[in-house]
Design a protein around this ligand. Sequence first.
Ligand code: GDP
Ligand code: MG
Length: 363
Amino acid sequence: MSRSFGLVGLPNAGKSTVFNALTLAGAKVEAYPFCTIAPHHGVAAVPDERLDHLHALFPEKKKVPTTIEVVDIAGLVEGACQGEGLGNQFLAEIRGVEAILHVVRCFGDPDIAHPMGEPDVRRDVAVVEGELLAKDRETLERRRERAAKAARTGDMAAQEEVAFLDRLLAAVNAEEPIRTLHFSAHELPLLRELAPLTSKPVLFVANVGDEGENALSRALAAVAQESGAAGWIVVRGKLEAELGEACSDEGERQAFLREYGLAESALVRLVTEAYRLLSVITFYTVEGPEVRAWTAPAGTRAPDAGAAIHTDFRDRFVLAEVMHLPDLLAAGSERALRETGKIHRAGRDYTVQDGDVIHFISA
Ligand SMILES: Nc1nc2c(ncn2[C@@H]2O[C@H](COP(=O)(O)OP(=O)(O)O)[C@@H](O)[C@H]2O)c(=O)[nH]1
Ligand SMILES: [Mg+2]
């Protein structure tokens, strides 16, 4: 149930640096383009204060946070869609992720080469998005050829598909990412099957130097707001990667972050923004030896949320006992909360809310 993110951006934008900042995994970072030859996968445990508070009520149990998977995808340059650089490998990797983290260089350093000379946020973003659009064009056109052939034999579904593909292609040909279009519930299954790269949610990451926000990161904020269904965060990638390496102790790292005026780590800010962008909620269970956090798409009903834990909780669902975390913390124990009658017995139509603590009961 980990959410997966792929880091994209021009060579030397700071993808591997941001990857390190997020995962503390120590991926190789070098001052040359194309140093990320093999796609690099990392898993980061999501820091979660609510889980910490819940765990404090059950100190004998193990705390299990949610995780995110981050893929540091090899760099791309103009012409990647024709297989230049490491283009095709890049595009294959990116198909597999749920959302894109588009890292944009917002630091100036003459010692670090920029593939086009100087950072220019608007152009740099356009080059990367242009490559994604070009790849979508290729995939959609190929698909359209096939569908058009079937449509000529009178196949109604194929005719509908051609019309749909034409709509997507019109956007792509106008250099508009598919994420800016609106789709009916009826169209979503086909869109999901086609999974165009530019339909994925994008979170722009302004990679700034130690001093924080600057004119480049402010320009990126404007670009992000114009480019549809996308969020943005500012990350001092190099600083946070270095702190991650230097501090083995979480408390020590927090203290350093505060010294730099950062209330939260890049990971926390990223997860907060990404969960919002993906409409993901977090709920909690206290079951057996574990106190555990889970994610689910907003709007998930109790049995489907339960299925993530055990299929019995969906297939043999009886009810869910739902606790409101602040109530549970105020009561101090589950037993005390039960005595106040504030544990809600929810049926199969119950929509799980962010922050719920749930006992699933199956037959
Ligand atoms: N001066 C400066 N250098 C940075 C910053 N972020 C990354 N770098 C450096 O830029 C180079 C390229 O970064 P890297 O993460 O490998 O870029 P990638 O090609 O996108 O993976 C490395 O030498 C980094 O140390 C920054 O904020 N300031
Ligand atoms: Mg790299």
